[in-house]
Design a protein around this ligand. Structure first.
Ligand code: ATP
Length: 243
């Protein structure tokens, strides 16, 4: 892809294997600058594999990934953070024995020291974390740990934030708060690739979405179009369509 490519992230014909298993079979999609893009699909469809490959945790066997027009497939995760790609993996993974403040500091490691403006910005997004800066992260509630995981990623000043199932295991009210914060982060100029099981909320939030089925893109469209698509409603929203 050339530098004239308008997409912030462009994934083309991506194939990823785990040994003999082809988990992704030629996946193509893009995330435009300023967009929230949802990646939906049933268990095992390949959503996490896609995100891990974009963030440099997995190497594709073929295909290409470009970020701001530059090929990045095969570049390791710690270099991609320097380019502005931050990944919040499934399951939160905060440093449970460190305090909230120390976890946030870790998110800023690429700058060597914490910029107080970055910290202020994150604590404005997550006032709950401000009250708990000295608390050990392992003692936070599930929702607070998710906030910390996202806050820590924000300390790296991402251009593209990869979020894997941020709503998993959280109460509906906390899920709404997390989705409101994702909307706010996006308004502040961060593009988002969101993997979610919670299809309704993800599609309400997203500009566009893609549906993965057994390692291939089966459907794509605007969030609004996918929400009303019969195939999405039957397969992912559990609705019966009466003809
Ligand atoms: P879920 O919603 O359950 O997290 P997913 O859509 O994120 O699912 P992936 O985790 O990307 O799906 O898995 C895609 C396919 O790759 C599945 O068939 C899965 O069993 C397989 N897979 C994932 N990780 C590995 C691994 N480390 N070794 C072998 N196969 C794997």
């Amino acid at each position: 892809m050339t530098v004239t490519d308008q997409a912030l992230l462009r994934v083309q014909d991506l194939e990823v294997r785990y040994g003999g298993i082809r988990a992704l079979k030629g996946v193509s999609f893009h995330v435009g600058s300023g967009e929230i893009v949802a990646l939906l699909g049933a268990n095992g469809a390949g959503k996490t594999t896609t995100q891990k490959t974009v963030s440099g945790m997995l190497r594709p066997s073929s295909g290409s990934i470009s970020f701001k027009g530059q090929r990045i497939d095969g570049i390791p995760a710690h270099h991609l953070i320097n380019l502005g790609i931050c990944h919040v993996p499934e399951g939160r993974h905060v440093f449970s024995r460190m305090t909230v403040a120390e976890n946030l500091e870790m998110g800023a490691f690429r700058f060597r020291k914490v910029d107080p403006d970055d910290l202020d910005h994150v604590l404005e997004l997550f006032p709950r974390l401000r009250e708990r800066l000295a608390q050990v992260a392992g003692t936070l509630s599930g929702g607070e740990q998710q906030m910390l995981a996202i806050g820590r990623a924000m300390m790296g000043r991402p251009r593209l934030l990869l979020l894997d199932e941020p709503s998993m295991g959280l109460a509906p009210m906390v899920v709404s708060q997390i989705f409101d914060i994702i909307r706010q982060i996006n308004k502040d100029g961060v593009s988002v690739l969101l993997v979610e099981q919670n299809a309704v909320q993800a599609l309400r939030l997203a500009d566009r979405g893609y549906v993965l089925e057994t390692g291939e893109i089966a459907l794509e469209g605007t969030g609004a179009d996918l929400l009303t698509d019969d195939r999405v409603r039957v397969a992912y929203l559990g609705e019966e369509i009466l003809s």
